[in-house]
Design a protein. Structure first.
Length: 391
């Protein structure tokens, strides 16, 4: 039993070390999932005939999730029915490897042709989870599923947690962001708050310092730590969009505030992307194909272009709202997110309705079966949000 416990804690410590190392890296990757969402949704507006020119590049995007799904996404798309995508932003450089790095960002997207609507729901990466297939490592953060057992584990964990079928996935890394912003000619976004942010220091001081203003699309840049500023601009290039999307610690809403700014950038990019001809440049498609993977096939994407193109005109953004809790199981306290059942049920109802599915009770409390050794921890964490653990 002692050896088993030691092995459990060694695995947990290994992933805690991954998390600590990752915190030191640039936070750029957190919003890179939006690159692929722009591409996938812009696909809908381009028209299937364009894709015949780029089939090779699009085929290179495809990679199986290596799991059995509850629904066949190709059949759903062929029939013109709603479907879901789990979109992950990863910190890896080589996407041919499906189990390296943590998924920085997570979003469940539904595409409903009947209502001509795309619904995007951000999922907190720090939700405490019992990852399917790796329950013995409980507690883990939801984003660790990708590192432990690949994108399939992430799909299962989210599906079990919300009781919503996950039909497909898309995972991307950070490369290609500036190319995308350049291709759409930049983006203009009204900032929800006033702040400064440096790409170099990840704080409100340092070189390459950007200054944004609440309720305005204008911003300035300083290369000398705020001593002098450039003339105001209203169209963000790739670097400015990164700065706008990365800041977290000076936002009163923390990670949720950052998610809001990320969605604002996405929506601005989509409005331009669906109508801009340069997005079908073969070099651009090839650049994206090197930095993204999905289990949607070429034929799936062609059919999406034919049957779902009207959905991009109606985009709805939402997020799953959690509460911060603290776990004291190791040498240092670890912060997690716990989501009240009422909030989980709200999001479950929203996503199932957009998939034209009957209402059902939301999913399991931790997305997987908590091992006996974790019962006390599970009960303690749920008590912090005034809920009880159901074994």
């Amino acid at each position: 039993m002692a050896d088993q416990n030691n092995n459990q804690f060694s695995r947990r410590e290994r992933f805690d070390e991954v998390r600590q190392t990752k915190k030191k890296k640039n936070r750029v990757k957190r919003w890179i999932l939006y690159i692929l969402m722009v591409v996938v949704l812009a696909v809908i507006g381009w028209g299937g005939y364009l894709y015949a020119q780029y089939k090779g590049s699009i085929d290179s995007l495809q990679q199986s999730a290596k799991i059995s799904k509850t629904r066949n996404v190709s059949n759903l798309i062929a029939a013109g029915k709603p479907f879901s995508i789990l979109v992950l932003g990863s910190d890896v450089g080589e996407l041919d490897r499906d189990r390296t790095g943590l998924s920085d960002s997570m979003m469940v997207v539904t595409v409903n042709p009947k209502e001509n609507k795309v619904t995007m729901v951000s999922i907190p990466r720090d939700i405490m989870t019992a990852i399917p297939g790796d329950e013995d490592t409980f507690p883990q953060k939801l984003n660790a599923a990708y590192s432990l057992d690949g994108v399939g584990a992430s799909m299962k964990a989210v599906q079990n947690y919300l009781n919503v079928p996950i039909d497909s996935y898309a995972v991307v890394n950070m490369a290609g962001l500036e190319t995308l912003v350049k291709k759409v000619g930049g983006v203009s976004v009204k900032s929800p708050l006033s702040f400064q942010y440096s790409q170099e220091t990840a704080h409100d001081y340092g070189p390459d310092l950007y200054r944004f203003h609440k309720g305005s699309t204008s911003y300035e840049k300083s290369t000398d730590n705020g001593v002098t500023w450039s003339a105001s601009k209203t169209v963000m290039d790739g670097d400015a969009a990164l700065a706008f999307s990365r800041m977290r610690y000076d936002d009163p809403q923390g990670d949720y505030g950052r998610q809001e700014r990320q969605r604002l950038v996405l929506e601005a990019m989509l409005k331009k992307a669906v109508n801009i001809s340069t997005l079908v440049d073969p070099s651009f498609i090839k650049a994206i194909s090197k930095n993204a993977k999905t289990d949607l096939s070429f034929n799936d994407i062609v059919k999406i272009a034919q049957k779902y193109r009207g959905t991009v005109k109606n985009q709805v953004s939402d997020h799953l709202q959690g509460q911060g809790v603290t776990y004291y199981g190791g040498s240092l306290p670890v912060s997690y997110q716990m989501v009240p059942t009422t909030e989980k049920q709200r999001v479950t109802n929203l996503l199932r309705s957009q998939l034209d599915l009957k209402p059902k009770e939301t999913g399991s409390q931790f997305g997987g079966d908590v091992p006996t050794s974790g019962f006390r921890t599970a009960a303690s964490m749920l008590a912090q949000i005034n809920e009880k653990f159901v074994q």
